[in-house]
Design a protein around this ligand. Sequence first.
Ligand code: THU
Length: 145
Amino acid sequence: MAEKNKRPGRLSAEKEAELLRVAARARQQAVAPYSRFRVGAALLGRSGHIFSGANVESASYGLTCCAERVALFGALSSGERGFLAVAVVARAPGGAMPCGACRQLLAEYAPNAVVLVADSRDLRRFRRFTVRALLPGAFRLRRRF
Ligand code: THU
């Protein structure tokens, strides 16, 4: 089936809970001395491996890298290709939605993924989105990598 027609598959409740737990644990490693807003992310790769990351900030604020991108770059540079889901955990009512930059990268490298967003204080109450819904009309070069 053409990649663009693939529908995000539903994960088991156990897998979703595991992914959220891994993201919450990764959040504890956030390096966020400027905003003090700590975020953790966990990506489930097609291989079954889970790759996590946390946000890392810079004194030159614009160099900050979000948890989602840290996790994604780690996964890609470990050789993973194709992702089923990404969990994002922050201490905020309803959790924190991925920023525009992260949405672009997810649209490029995890277009079929489900996005789980949770408040670290209650991982059981999470919201579910698709990458596709979060960034309709994502920029694409014609060339495919
Ligand atoms: N941040 C993330 O890591 N992921 C998000 O989805 C939203 C924002 C980080 C970037 C920065 O370190 C801090 O949260 C405040 O913006």
